[in-house]
Design a protein around this ligand. Structure first.
Ligand SMILES: Cc1cc2nc3c(=O)[nH]c(=O)nc-3n(C[C@H](O)[C@H](O)[C@H](O)COP(=O)(O)OP(=O)(O)OC[C@H]3O[C@@H](n4cnc5c(N)ncnc54)[C@H](O)[C@@H]3O)c2cc1C
Length: 303
């Protein structure tokens, strides 16, 4: 993460900044550039609109690092409702989940049980589930829980972060399980002993992982980036695997590029977050791009 990104993440932890963003119309307007809405109905409407443009979706009920079983149960109920609506409304999509939303931060077995329940329900609807990758203190447990559940259910995928030094080993370990692997740069603030911190090192690591993933016949690669140079490299490496891989992008980011790739015949999935717990997600989007903060400041000052 850049120095700018680290500064944003550091400031965002403070109560006055949290209040300034979550408690103002300017903050909510900024959030709505990246979040489909507070409710499942709004998320389904956004998903259907994207489907009409030829885009697949992955619905993400926002929430992370929950600390009590009641919050896990609420997230589970939310995801179960989401899976049922995807099936009922024939949305072309799946769900993305965070294991800390299922309790990983305080009870690993609770998170494993939640993952099992969601994989089962998804399977009953012929749907898939992608596990987001969170901060590095959760990587080991996330990889292990994915491994155990995917061996049994065969309808899961997991995100791997190019900035982590360990990711090439994780690709080799997880590829034989045959799930989808979402390759992304990585959005968390990580120390230099576990992750590349310079942008060009992260991009080079991403390119090396692409070379590992794209030709592997066991993996269904999901290449999650808005970086045109890496998209072009993916297109080159994917020439012999048309239809076997997909691009993934975030809701509200580079929509024209999303449609351009669809028009060129590629599978493109948009990650669609929804729900009221949008603050940490928004902070990561702000940390990625100084221009987003400018939009917020202008909206705040124009009130
Ligand atoms: C579908 C999807 C799923 C993801 N899942 C995870 C995950 O599970 N774990 C994880 O750690 N990270 C995840 N990420 C985030 C990812 O790690 C990066 O932080 C994020 O995608 C920005 O990197 P980039 O590859 O787009 O490249 P960048 O070099 O950051 O951006 C390339 C270009 O994309 C545009 N862009 C990028 N970010 C923004 C933004 N915030 N606002 C406006 N424009 C922007 C800009 O035009 C920029 O020049 C996911 C990303 C995607 C697309």
């Amino acid at each position: 993460m850049s120095i700018f990104g680290r500064t944003v993440v550091g400031l965002a932890d403070s109560a006055p900044i949290t209040r300034l963003i979550t408690g103002t119309a300017a903050g909510r307007a900024l959030a709505h550039r990246f979040v489909a809405g507070d409710t499942l109905d709004q998320a389904i409407a956004a998903a259907k609109a994207l489907n009409r443009e030829g885009l697949l979706v992955s619905l993400d009920l926002l929430g992370e690092e929950v600390t009590e079983p009641a919050a896990v149960e609420a997230a589970m109920a939310g995801y179960e409702a989401c899976l049922s609506r995807i099936a009922q409304d024939r949305v072309a999509g799946n769900i993305s989940i965070k294991l800390t939303q299922l309790g990983l931060a305080f009870d690993k077995s609770l998170a494993a049980a939640g993952l099992d329940r969601l994989a089962r329900l998804a399977s009953a609807h012929d749907l898939t589930v992608t596990i987001d990758m969170e901060g590095s203190r959760f990587t080991d447990a996330t990889v292990t829980l994915y491994e155990n559940a995917q061996r049994f259910h065969h309808n899961l995928g997991v995100a791997l972060q190019a900035y982590l030094f360990r990711s090439p080993d994780d690709v080799r370990r997880l590829a034989p399980l045959g799930g989808h692997i979402r390759l992304c740069k990585g959005a968390y603030m990580e120390p230099p002993d576990v992750a590349y911190t310079a942008r060009h090192d992260v991009d080079a690591a991403f390119a090396r992982l692409l070379e590992l993933l794209m030709p592997d016949p066991l993996v269904r690669p999901a290449i999650a980036t808005h970086d045109e140079r890496l998209i072009e490299l993916t297109r080159q490496l994917g020439k012999r695997r048309q239809g076997a891989f997909e691009f993934q992008m975030l809701y509200g980011i580079r929509p024209a590029l999303q449609k351009q790739l669809v028009a060129a015949g590629h599978k493109v999935r948009v990650y669609v977050p929804y729900g009221s717990a949008w603050y940490p997600y928004l902070v990561r989007r702000l940390a990625e791009r100084p221009a987003n903060l400018g939009f917020f400041m202008r909206a705040l000052l124009s009130r």
